[in-house]
Design a protein around this ligand. Structure first.
Ligand code: ZN
Ligand code: ZN
Length: 334
């Protein structure tokens, strides 16, 4: 490599802002590729890492797990990718391939999994390395900043989508951010109806949901006009679980789509009875990605993004925290 150094935004300690640092460009190990980052999405999980809601596993670490980039160098033994390939790097960075979960097709639950931007360095940097087996081939329409939110908001959203009864027709979404704005397009494509719930008073969020194709939008304190067959909760607020459950029809599912949520208040068994289900979603599998990137260009899913230069990662995160991002925040490299 002719380039020796790179700029990166580094997480050093919970509760403190990211620091802009000049670091050596990483060297790809066997099975890895070096990637020149084009764009990296900013996810709520990054806030949970920064706030210490998720215990640190690697410090310092470069966050970012919605990476769109170009392969610029191959590590030893790399055969699937070549220089110039555009790839996506998601949250699931590596799995062991031999634990009971890997053996039964649940690599998202791997006992020894590594996660991008958490247990290994991620994409808030000009360069990163990734295992080629976990790099995702992106349809050409997504090999740019607009594709970044597809890699977590899209993928985890889609895994949440797969947790519903496939016959679900009326689908509630609590928290109308990056994931919900992508899923609403898939719902419309499949002739399903979306009922969007936002924080009370978030008229702009409700308007955005209607623009994206939601049938109805209101506050999380309101009842939808119909019983829901499923409700997906993206907001990290456990008090929404019994609220969503109270709007479910028989046999319906509440899917908790986030990695972290505040405590869930108690509720009477009668609310769960009649085969209602509460499920969580953990991580993603490569199969989710194959299915998602199969359907997304057919819809075609488009993303609403707000771009920030790399060095303004802290501003992007604070805007996400404050609910000021319409769609998804994405960092673009200098
Ligand atoms: Zn495993
Ligand atoms: Zn994420």
């Amino acid at each position: 490599m002719s380039i020796q150094n790179m700029q990166a935004m580094v997480f050093t300690q919970p509760g403190t802002p990211l620091q802009l640092k000049t670091l050596p460009v990483p060297v790809p190990a066997a099975g890895q590729v070096l990637i020149k980052v084009i764009a990296c999405g900013v996810c709520r999980t990054d806030l949970h890492i920064l706030d210490g809601d998720l215990p640190p596993v690697l410090l310092p670490v470069i966050p970012g797990h919605e990476i769109v980039g170009e392969v610029v160098e191959l590590g030893e033994g790399v055969t699937l990718l070549k220089q110039g390939d555009k790839v996506g790097v998601p949250w699931l960075a590596h799995t062991c391939g031999h634990c009971k979960y890997c053996m039964q097709g649940q690599e998202n639950l791997c006992e020894n999994a590594l996660f991008t931007g958490y247990s290994v360095n991620g994409g808030y940097a000009e360069y990163t390395v990734a295992w080629e087996a976990f790099c995702l081939t992106l349809p050409a329409v997504y090999d740019n900043a607009a594709g970044a939110p597809m890699l977590c908001a899209g993928l985890i959203g889609f895994r949440s989508w797969r947790m519903m009864n496939e016959h679900a027709q009326h689908i509630g979404m609590y928290g109308f951010g990056a994931a919900a704005h992508i899923l609403t397009q898939i719902a419309t494509f499949q002739y399903k109806s979306v009922y969007a719930f936002t924080k009370p008073g978030d008229g702009a969020g409700q308007q955005f949901a209607l623009e994206m194709g939601a049938t109805w939008a209101g506050s999380s304190l309101e009842a939808p006009p119909v019983k829901l067959d499923a409700a997906i909760i993206f907001a990290p607020d456990g008090s929404l679980v019994p609220i969503a459950l109270s709007h479910l029809d028989k046999g319906g599912t509440v899917v908790c789509g986030g990695i972290h949520m505040s405590g869930i208040p108690g509720f009477p068994y009668s609310m769960l009875w009649e085969e209602r289900v509460i499920k969580s979603v953990a991580n993603l599998t490569r199969e989710d990605a194959t299915l998602f990137f199969g359907i997304a260009p057919l819809v075609p899913v488009t993303t609403s993004t707000q771009l920030f230069p790399l060095h303004q990662a802290n501003e992007a995160l604070e805007n996400l925290r404050a609910g000021n991002i319409k769609g998804a925040a994405v960092l673009v490299m200098p």
